[in-house]
Write a protein that binds this ligand. Structure first.
Ligand SMILES: Cc1cc2nc3c(=O)[nH]c(=O)nc-3n(C[C@H](O)[C@H](O)[C@H](O)COP(=O)(O)OP(=O)(O)OC[C@H]3O[C@@H](n4cnc5c(N)ncnc54)[C@H](O)[C@@H]3O)c2cc1C
Length: 440
């Protein structure tokens, strides 16, 4: 069975791995000159350092991502925390650490939350009560935004701004007023209220592209192939079946099934070109992420990473493994700064860091790079989340969708992408088994 996978991001690679493991002959076609899509690394020309298109963090509950990196032999490039441990730093230089290492599983996270001294005691108790309700399944988010959900559960201002908001921004890439509460609940259940392993943070120690580097060889060993710098421009669909695909290099590829893993807007274009524009899934707004790399003259960062409170910068990561003094900053849902000039963003980030970290005093900033991903992830409001479609399509019975935007019940993340890819691969394999039975 020849299966075309359109797109070589994490969802496409997961789909290809699931399909190849199931015995299919897989052809992955990616329009850019590299794999990895929105999670990739590249060499910064001036420093020669390998940096990502934006810092990515994974968690122990990323079971499908871990399945991929284990199979590709790159799991050792993810540094796993012993237990969830997150530092919070504000502009008054106050440091607070959520340390879940004292007890196992959700009890550890609960103890860590109670230990946050920057949040009033009553607020911590309110947070704990809500976490408990989420864990027991008695707090439901049906149709609410995170802001309404937190108000409904009487969460005081300090725990909202110093705990819930950093989690929502980091995991849902959306402001509290827009993010879907159902997704926050799922993140809390899977990541923070599960086992100790599930709540551990995993931080890549190499460039993101290194995680997927063995894929070409892996798929080749299973009889598959990858074509980069080539796009799929048209699908030839007859009687509810995709028969072949037209590649930008002019070739026509006959297929038994197709998994499209491309983002919604690209999919809409492809379906329009194929005569099925009206059947495209509903469009969704996109949310930006602004990432900033700052090269300081020497090493100073006191934590591996920290959440920044009350600043435009939201997270700071120490990149000393790449170069001492290098830090990566992220601003999720960065609508306010995505249109600003890069020089202004660099100065603002430098000011934010100096307000938070006295360690920076007297250390010169050598250089900065700003990466603006304007379409980083779909903005999953309650309405947009409800409109997400699954992997099956009404367009053709052998055409399936995957990608972080499809309905996985997860936020638009690497794990959502990986899960969607494996789901689509399973659906293709079921189709293959079904048609074999019909032919017997
Ligand atoms: C800056 C940033 C930070 C992030 N941080 C995190 C994080 O910390 N943790 C986390 O879990 N997630 C994070 N994410 C989200 C995560 O990167 C994405 O959810 C995930 O990479 C999406 O993968 P995908 O395969 O669904 O889509 P994509 O990566 O977009 O892959 C789709 C591929 O299809 C290709 N394509 C498009 N059209 C065609 C065509 N016609 N023919 C052939 N190929 C085509 C594209 O070039 C692309 O490579 C972040 C994203 C960004 C941008």
């Amino acid at each position: 069975m020849i299966v075309l996978v359109i797109g070589g991001g994490w969802s496409g690679i997961a789909a290809a791995m699931g399909l190849a493991a199931g015995g299919c002959e897989v052809v992955v076609v990616e329009e850019r000159p590299y794999l990895g899509g929105r999670a990739r690394s590249f060499i910064d020309r001036e420093s020669g350092d390998e940096i990502d298109n934006g810092q990515h963090v994974m968690m122990g509950c990323y079971h499908d991502v871990l399945r991929m990196v284990r199979e590709l032999g790159t799991e050792h490039l993810l540094e796993r925390q012993r237990a969830l441990r997150v530092a919070f730093v504000d502009t008054a230089g106050r440091h607070d650490v959520l340390d879940a290492s004292r007890l196992p599983g959700r009890a550890g996270v609960a103890a860590g939350l109670l230990g946050l001294r920057g949040i009033g005691f009553r607020s911590r108790l309110a947070g704990l009560r809500l976490a408990l309700r989420i864990s027991r399944g008695t707090a439901t988010g049906k149709g609410l935004t995170c802001a309404d959900f937190l108000r409904h559960h009487d969460q005081p201002h300090d725990i909202v701004t110093r705990f819930w908001e950093p989690i929502v921004l980091a995991t849902l890439n959306a402001p509290l007023e827009q993010a879907s509460a159902d997704l926050l609940i799922e993140v809390m259940r899977l990541a923070f209220l599960g086992t100790t392993e599930d709540s551990q943070l995993l931080i890549p120690t190499a460039g993101l592209s290194a995680l997927l580097a063995p894929f070409n060889e892996w798929i080749g060993g299973k009889g598959g192939s990858v074509q980069i710098s080539t796009s799929i421009d048209n699908l030839l669909i007859r009687n509810g079946v995709v028969e072949s695909a037209l590649l930008s290099n002019g070739t026509e590829l006959p297929v038994d099934a197709v998994v499209s893993t491309i983002p919604l807007r690209a999919l809409e274009r492809l379906l329009r070109a194929s005569g099925y524009g009206e059947s495209a899934p509903p469009p969704s707004d996109m949310s930006p992420i602004v990432s900033v790399y700052l090269w300081y003259k020497r090493q100073w960062m006191p934590y591996d990473f920290a959440a920044a409170l009350g600043t435009t910068v939201q997270w700071v990561f120490d990149k000393r493994r790449i170069r001492p003094g290098l830090v990566a900053l992220t601003v999720s849902a960065g609508y306010g700064i995505v249109t600003e000039r890069s020089d202004d963003i660099i100065s603002m980030c430098d000011r934010d860091l100096r307000a938070m970290f006295p360690e920076l005093s007297g250390i010169e900033l050598h250089r900065g790079v700003v990466i603006k991903e304007k379409m980083a992830t779909p903005l999953l409001s309650p309405q947009a989340d409800a409109l997400r479609v699954g992997c099956k399509t009404t367009i053709a019975r052998n055409l399936f969708f995957a990608g972080d935007w499809t309905q996985t019940r997860l936020p638009a993340t690497l794990e959502g992408a990986a899960r969607s890819g494996f789901n689509a691969a399973d659906a293709v394999l079921r189709l293959g088994r079904g048609s074999r039975h019909t032919h017997q």
